[in-house]
Design a protein around this ligand. Structure first.
Ligand SMILES: [Fe+2]
Length: 377
């Protein structure tokens, strides 16, 4: 067990998160692909025009290319073809979470890695997704549609096009967030895939409620959130600064669209980022996120939060709305069929922190005055 060191901010740090999987996915003998970073998500939407209006007219993503069935969108600082595909379909769902790998040979590694795990694996030829070269698509051991690619069409990086910036400009894709029932099992598999834990939420009994895992040197490329899964919790895009997030809220108010704001704006405890959660016309959750911290050293301290710490998910102690815990998007298999859900059997973060049976504190051991709003929900 790695020693936990308390910090003056109220959480613990360790050298490596002590998360032990009781039911681990076997570790393949094949090496994992060298993943560079989160690249894009593909969402199936039921009303393409409504979704285009939300992502382009309201949030300001840049249209790289579009046709009758899909719109390929990118952030202002992106140089690859897209960071988000919205595709017309019968059921709102996640079709793919896609990562860029370092070399074309990493596609062979991905294929061998997942074949050894007994997963369904498909090679898809260049152009199967517009702008993307040869790729490997799998249904991973957690049931998620993962994609890996290297070759990609470059497009203009609009970083210097200040004439195109809006007050709420989205500049990068930052991360995915996946709902999965057994977080330790998911963490162990993702570590085999080459990811590292940067932060997690646990309780004193050792239950793990969520973990944040990275390839690029930020807090995460994806987070694993405990719940019935596989489901997609959200896709996150970054702004440069906090005021950009405030501007998005002001714009949504001006458009009489405040009802798409689900949670925030606020400051996370986990990741330290400023955040805002929105729901798109199909209910897919989008996070706007900015200003987390550098994590690239091999001995980056892992932060562990107590699930009862009322500042873990909102540093100002504001309550997490129940829909944020309960709602998430279906995910599809490689044929486009929704994946069945497995129920979480470990404790629920919502139930242990909200409502009559849950508790949380602002100052540990100050139970008389240490509560805020969580008890009212
Ligand atoms: Fe997030």
């Amino acid at each position: 067990m790695t020693e936990r060191t308390p910090t003056s901010s109220g959480f613990f740090i360790t050298r490596e998160a002590p998360i032990d999987a009781a039911n681990p996915v076997p570790t393949p003998s094949s090496p994992p692909p060298d993943i560079l970073r989160v690249a894009y998500a593909e969402l199936v939407v039921t009303d393409l025009a409504a979704s285009r209006e939300f992502y382009v007219d309201v949030l300001g993503l840049v249209v790289t290319e579009e046709d009758q069935d899909a719109v390929y969108l990118r952030t202002l600082e992106e140089f690859i073809h897209h960071n988000l595909v919205i595709r017309r379909g019968p059921v709102a769902a996640l079709a793919a979470l896609s990562y860029r790998v370092r070399t074309p040979e990493d596609l062979d590694r991905a294929e061998a890695f997942y074949i050894e795990l007994g997963c369904r694996v498909e090679r898809r030829a260049s152009g199967f997704t517009k702008g993307i070269g040869d790729s490997v698509r799998v249904v991973d051991p957690l049931g998620f549609p993962y994609e890996f690619f290297h070759e990609v069409q470059h497009v203009e990086r609009l970083t210097w096009r200040y004439d195109l910036y809006t007050p709420g400009a989205l500049v990068r894709i930052d991360h995915f967030n996946q709902v999965t029932p057994d977080v330790p099992r998911a963490v162990a598999y993702m570590e085999d895939l080459g990811f590292r834990v940067t932060e997690d939420i646990q309780d004193e009994a050792g239950t793990t409620y969520a973990a944040w895992m990275r390839r690029k040197p930020t807090v995460h490329d994806t987070a694993l959130t405990g719940g019935d899964g596989p489901r997609m919790h959200h896709v996150a895009f970054a702004t440069h600064e906090k005021h950009n997030i405030i501007a998005i809220c002001d714009k949504l108010g001006a458009l009489r669209m405040s009802d798409v704001i689900e949670r925030g704006p606020g400051r996370h405890g986990v990741s330290n980022a400023f955040y805002l959660y929105l729901r798109d016309p199909d209910g897919h959750r989008v996070e706007i996120y900015t200003q987390d911290y550098y994590t690239g050293d091999p001995d980056n301290p892992v932060v562990t939060w107590d699930v009862h710490d009322n500042q873990r998910r909102d540093w100002w102690g504001n309550p997490v709305v129940p829909s944020w815990y309960t709602d998430a998007s279906l995910v599809l298999d490689l044929d486009g069929n929704p994946q069945p859900l497995t129920t979480r059997t470990d404790d629920s973060e919502l139930e242990v922190t909200i409502g009559a049976d849950g508790f949380s504190y602002t100052r540990k051991d100050d139970t008389e005055h240490g509560f805020k709003l969580g008890a009212q929900l």
